[in-house]
Design a protein around this ligand. Structure first.
Ligand SMILES: CC(C)(COP(=O)(O)OP(=O)(O)OC[C@H]1O[C@@H](n2cnc3c(N)ncnc32)[C@H](O)[C@@H]1OP(=O)(O)O)[C@@H](O)C(=O)NCCC(=O)NCCS
Length: 154
């Protein structure tokens, strides 16, 4: 793999939409799950383009989109979402570079801490993040859905 030579990371552009959705559908099974309409990749992209779009990045190898990551900063903490690397190119350091890229962007905004969530069953993901310095916080994660679940962008 020549990623070390030619891989670049840049802001998401609307023209990347189809390639990003294809990547997510492979990387995130929930995007293929028709029983979870709230996981709509078109809506995820539309929402991110309306909220801190400058923190939505793609990794590009030549002309090909091979990875994604989203960051967010609410003025108190930063969050990382939608980290994905093309299955055929994993274990070549692309995920590490994407995390470093979003960390830099958040640090530049004054963000003091970056949080992320992973499914507890995904032990390999925990290894990945621990290798990058992330540690489990002594918290439980709570969530609540707000309002109606939109199934398509407005
Ligand atoms: C998680 C993911 C983004 C990692 O991307 P990647 O480009 O393969 O990661 P890297 O090559 O930078 O891995 C760096 C290190 O993390 C660890 N690591 C990465 N994937 C691992 C795995 N499946 N099992 C164990 N350790 C792993 C290794 O220590 C690796 O270094 P090494 O290859 O020299 O041993 C990728 O596996 C992916 O897209 N998974 C599916 C989507 C997903 O679950 N995203 C996370 C949502 S929170």
């Amino acid at each position: 793999m020549t990623a070390a030579v030619t891989l670049s990371i840049r802001r998401f552009d609307a023209r990347d939409t189809d390639a990003v959705i294809a990547l997510w559908q492979e990387a995130f099974p929930e995007y293929r799950d028709v029983t979870r309409p709230q996981r709509n990749p078109h809506l995820s992209i539309a929402n991110k383009l309306a909220t801190q779009p400058e923190l939505f990045f793609v990794a590009v190898l030549g002309e090909r989109i091979v990875g994604t990551v989203m960051g967010g900063y609410d003025g108190h903490r930063g969050w990382l979402y939608s980290l994905a690397v093309d299955e055929s190119l994993r274990r070549h350091g692309i995920g590490t570079r994407l995390v470093a890229h979003v960390e830099e962007a958040l640090t530049a905004r004054g963000c003091p801490k970056l949080n992320l969530q992973i499914l507890s069953a995904k032990t390999e993901l925990r290894k990945f993040y621990e290798a990058l310095g992330y540690r489990a916080d002594e918290v439980i994660s709570l969530g609540k859905r707000l309002g109606e679940v939109a199934t398509s962008p407005a």
